[in-house]
Ligand binder design. Structure first.
Ligand code: PLP
Length: 405
């Protein structure tokens, strides 16, 4: 018998992605012919806008099939700088920008060029599953910040209270996956100020940046003046904003030295994102009207679904959900249901799967046992069927006892 594969310590310590477990359960049920309602999806249910696809063809026809600079095509980086200037009033220089293969690689590049073993990384709960795993890979310590007391919205006091002499980095994600909550801009500025005073770096995952519903507005830390951005790295992505998850394209915005280190790291891994994809994205960004119109259309639809879904979820016995200001997730507190029948939120999600064929993601993997994540990146028809199924399983609250949202 051969020896087991000696997986490295760095990877052994990492956990697999819990969000994929729900997706796999859904796929297995579907394969056995069951009509599954999948509310676990973490990607837009829209196709990539047609004009972006056309630009990709154009790139291929122009012969953009070779290596580009590791930091990305100059045209791509200029388009990002112009986009941030136009949309957020930011003065970003191309020397601060590097293209990456999606937001995930942007986050990895940023963390791996900053963290040393033993550093502390502040991660607010609930968190996107990848954040602690990146810290683990770097042999850094995840220090979680509880936001339960402030309804899952991180506050400056919580950040100040969690800092120690070993704190090197704070990871922010607003609009947030899984909660959909948005940190108000003034609160974000204050958090950055606290970090800056203590010499703590900030990695801000702005993957859902454009998905903020009025009165909330997209707010990028790239819009801060350059002198306040020295310790900040923005991880951006085309995946959700432009319905391009499979294209694998994102970017970082950080000071030129940090950017150089990330480019060095990337030169020995992915090298750069696909050349004609970079071309398509830069052309699309140079067409702001079409670009923002397609974003507006998608966000209007997500907002319509959110406005319908949250009151409906709160009308189900045992469910409580604050109104998420962004992203496309509802994060439901189901702790009222726990007791004899269900010990954990995982038991509740199993029950939903078995009895109503509804797939949702357990909050445990996001550091929030007792919660379930519902994605509304799916049709209204699916949402309506799911709500009906859940009302059938758990019953309806009387209007007088439904939580306010
Ligand atoms: N950050 C968050 C919070 C996400 O939810 C995701 C994807 O689900 C990503 C980053 C990664 O996105 P990308 O497809 O750009 O790698």
């Amino acid at each position: 018998m051969s020896n087991p594969f000696p997986v490295s310590g760095n990877v052994t310590q990492m956990k697999g992605s819990s969000t994929l477990i729900a997706a796999q359960a859904a796929a297995e049920m579907r394969a056995s012919g069951i009509d599954v309602i999948d509310l676990s999806v973490g990607e837009p249910d829209f196709d990539t806008p047609e004009f972006i696809k056309q630009y990709a063809w154009e790139g291929l026809e122009k012969g953009l099939t070779k290596y580009t600079a590791t930091a990305g095509l100059m045209e791509f980086r200029r388009s990002i700088a112009d986009f941030y200037g136009r949309q957020f009033g930011s003065a970003v220089d191309v020397s601060e920008i590097a293209a990456s293969c999606g937001g995930k690689q942007a986050l990895f590049n940023a963390a791996c060029t900053l963290l040393d073993p033993g550093d502390d990384v502040l991660i607010p709960k609930p968190y996107w599953v990848t954040f602690p795993e990146i810290a683990t890979f770097c042999r850094a310590n995840s220090v979680f910040i509880d936001t339960e007391a402030t309804d899952l919205v991180l506050t400056p006091d919580q950040v100040a209270g969690a800092m120690t002499d070993r704190t090197k980095l704070l990871i922010l994600n607003s609009p947030n996956n899984p909660s959909g909550r948005v940190i108000p801009p003034d609160q974000m500025r204050e958090i950055v100020e606290i970090c800056s005073k203590r010499g703590v770096f900030v990695l801000t995952d702005e993957c859902y940046l454009c998905f903020a519903y009025p009165p909330a507005e997209p707010f990028s830390l790239a819009s801060l003046p350059k002198m306040s951005r020295g310790l900040i790295c923005v991880a951006g992505s085309f995946s959700k904003t432009f319905a391009m998850t499979g294209w694998r394209i994102g970017y970082t915005i950080a000071n030129p030295e940090w950017t150089k280190a990330m480019v060095k790291l990337q030169s020995h891994s992915a090298t750069h994102p696909t050349s004609f994809v970079q071309y398509a994205c830069s052309k699309a960004l140079q067409d702001p009207e079409q670009m923002m119109n397609s974003v507006k259309e998608m966000t209007a639809e997500y907002e319509r679904r959110r406005n319908w879904l949250i009151p409906e979820l709160n009308a189900i016995k045992g469910f409580r959900c604050s109104m998420p200001e962004g992203a496309f997730y509802a994060f439901v507190d189901v702790r009222e249901l726990l007791g004899d029948a269900f010990k954990t939120s995982g038991d509740v999600s199993d029950h939903l799967l078995r009895e109503a064929h509804i797939v949702v993601t357990d909050g445990e993997g996001f550091g929030a046992e007792g919660y379930l994540r519902f994605s509304y990146a799916t049709s209204m028809d699916n949402l309506k069927r799911a709500v009906e199924g859940m009302k059938g399983l758990f019953g309806e609250r009387s209007r007088a006892t439904a939580p306010r949202h």
